[in-house]
Write a protein that binds this ligand. Structure first.
Ligand code: ATP
Ligand code: MG
Length: 568
């Protein structure tokens, strides 16, 4: 490609309200343009990168025996209803001219399970099925350019097995394939234990990259490698050194005290870690009290996972008053009967604590958990904080902001049972297929690479996904000797299968260098009269910004070898 004929609309300035580095650079570099909130067009450069990422993923999926499909983006209501996912919050719904409902696929478990009904016998398993398909999700907050959008390409794959051991194996194979994919993409990922959330199933691992543009917090241990999403992470706490306290709780007046902090500051109150925080949630429409240590935060996902509630939300002021007879700020569980009380294990065995008295403006001190509160269930609910002890090795944990680039799930039989996908097993009986589901967002991976690889001058693509691997920059196209030498090198590289672009534009050299650095081309060969006078051209490597003069006749070979070495 000659740059003079290419559509590479680079911008001098950052787009307004683009905070994430990848958002700024992919727009400025002419890779992508926003059409509306969370909807982007990929321009030629973006398409090239996207295609290369897809190809790497495709190769690794094929290596583990994956067979490629192409399912529709438009899905019928009836099938989604069978699994109970018709109408989920991210679904874009539509109607055809006859009034039949459909939706745009936000993931494809149901459709693959539907197709899997054609499998008859366990002898046909295992299978690994995958596709690249556009997913549509009506995200609450599209954000950070391509990181969180409403329409995106996903590689989704599904493993079909007849035994749990088969699923374990498919899961492990995907885990390893994902590791290789992210390695080839130049992404430094951390595999973390994750909540399975609404997907069902019991085991899931997320692949995370560290970035300020992320929306997930993860907990990790540098000493032993333990890593988990905060939605799932736990830690060890130092055991508390409580006094026994009085023989029964004592009520005391706490006028104007409504928060944990105010009670900690109140004369006669207690430090936050000696308070019991009482939250009221409606779980499947029933009031439920949640008890946490005063300085601990609730992780709602843990509550969702732990209760398996279909619906769950904080109770409203009226519901709270109806349940406990007081308002938020003076709530507690002492003496409460007939209401489900879920307590976090950090409270186990604690004595002489302070909590609300269920009477506005009053609290209780001298509260002992086991003695004074009827806990229905103990359930890990709290968020881990930086510096707490690792549950595996007790070293200090770190909490980091990350973005998920891939996710693997053991689904089990939820979708195969819902859709009726079963096979004959050995003894003549039939059994539902055991499924796994595995996803990588192609656009998010692309943005993630930019988040990981950029500097003040622009993007630094790894060779494996760069839109062009090398630019041959002719300093002055009017200089016939430079133009000819540049063209020769460019054609030689193209002949060897290198993705080269020839910068033959009639622009100042500074403009050309800036553009090439902004769009992140890994290598640049600069061909100009000054160097050619000594038989030299300049080789510039974007990563590390190294420059050296090389012999014009060897230039194509040197670049060819460097690129072949770095292609993965
Ligand atoms: P998130 O928690 O970030 O919303 P998710 O758990 O909903 O992700 P999955 O349903 O597991 O995501 O989808 C698999 C992959 O698809 C994710 O790992 C991510 O790479 C990508 N992905 C998911 N949602 C989006 C989105 N809105 N925009 C771009 N990529 C996405
Ligand atoms: Mg999501």
């Amino acid at each position: 490609m000659r740059w003079s004929q290419a559509f590479i609309p680079t911008l001098r300035d950052d787009p307004a309200d683009a905070e994430a580095a990848s958002h700024r650079l992919l727009v400025r570099g002419g890779f992508a343009r926003q059409l509306m909130a969370g909807i982007y067009s990929l321009l030629p450069l973006g398409t090239r990168v996207h295609d290369k990422i897809e190809q790497i993923i495709r190769e690794e999926m094929t290596k583990i025996g994956g067979q490629e499909f192409s399912l529709p983006a438009l899905l019928p209501r009836e099938i989604l209803e069978k699994s109970g996912r018709w109408g989920v919050d991210v679904m874009f719904k539509l109607e055809d001219r006859h009034g039949a409902s459909a939706c745009l696929g936000f993931t494809h478990e149901e459709i693959f399970a539907w197709i899997a009904r054609e499998l008859r016998s366990y002898k046909e398993l295992p299978q690994v099925w995958f596709q690249f398909q556009t997913k549509f999700r009506d995200e609450e907050r599209p954000k950070s350019g391509l990181m969180r959008v409403r329409e995106f390409m996903m590689k989704d794959s599904y493993s079909l097995d007849v035994t749990p051991e088969g699923l374990d194996k498919a899961f492990q194979q995907h885990f390893e394939a994902y590791r290789r994919i992210f390695e080839r993409l130049g992404l430094d990922v951390l595999a973390v234990e994750a909540s399975s959330g609404a997907m069902g199933g019991n085991e899931s691992i997320e692949f995370m990259i560290e970035t300020p543009a992320g929306e997930d917090w993860i907990v990790s241990c540098a000493a032993c490698g333990y890593a988990a999403n905060v939605e799932k992470a736990t830690s060890l706490l130092e055991s508390a050194d409580d006094e026994a306290g009085p023989a029964a709780p004592e009520k005391f007046a706490t006028p104007d005290v409504r928060t944990i902090e105010e009670l900690a500051a109140f004369d006669g109150g207690a430090d936050a870690d000696r308070q019991i925080k009482t939250l009221v949630y409606m779980t499947d429409d029933a009031p439920t009290l949640l008890l946490l240590r005063g300085d601990h935060a609730l992780v709602e996902q843990k509550l969702i996972d732990g209760t398996a509630a279909e619906s769950l939300r904080p109770a409203g002021a009226d519901e709270i008053r109806e349940t406990l007879g007081a308002s938020a700020g003076s709530l507690g569980a002492v003496g409460v009967e007939g209401v489900r009380v879920i307590a976090d294990p950090a409270l186990q065995g604690r004595t002489n604590m302070v909590t609300g008295a269920n009477q506005d403006g009053f609290h209780l001190r001298g509260v002992s958990l086991e003695r004074d509160i009827q806990v229905t269930e103990w359930m890990d609910l709290r968020e881990v904080s930086e510096g707490e002890a690792c549950p595996m090795c007790e070293a200090a944990l770190a909490v980091r902001k990350t973005a998920e680039v891939g996710h693997i799930f053991k689904l089990g039989t939820k979708y195969s049972e819902a859709l009726g996908a079963d096979v004959q097993v050995e003894d003549g009986k039939s059994a539902p297929i055991i499924m796994g589901s595995y996803g990588i967002g192609v656009g998010r991976a692309m943005a993630g690479i930019v988040e990981s690889w950029n500097d003040e001058n622009g993007i630094i693509w790894p060779v494996s996904v760069a839109p062009y691997e090398v630019v041959v920059t002719i300093v002055n196209p009017k200089d016939v000797e430079s133009a000819e030498a540049g063209l020769r090198i460019y054609e030689s590289l193209i002949g060897d299968g290198i993705d080269a672009i020839l910068d033959d534009r009639k622009e100042r050299p500074g403009v050309k260098f800036k553009d090439a650095e902004l769009i992140g081309i890994p290598y640049r060969l600069t061909v100009g009269p000054r160097g050619l006078a000594d038989g030299k051209v300049e080789l510039f490597r974007r990563r590390g910004a190294e420059k050296r003069d090389i012999d014009v006749h060897k230039a194509a070979d040197i670049v060819l070898n460097a690129i072949l070495e770095e292609r993965r």
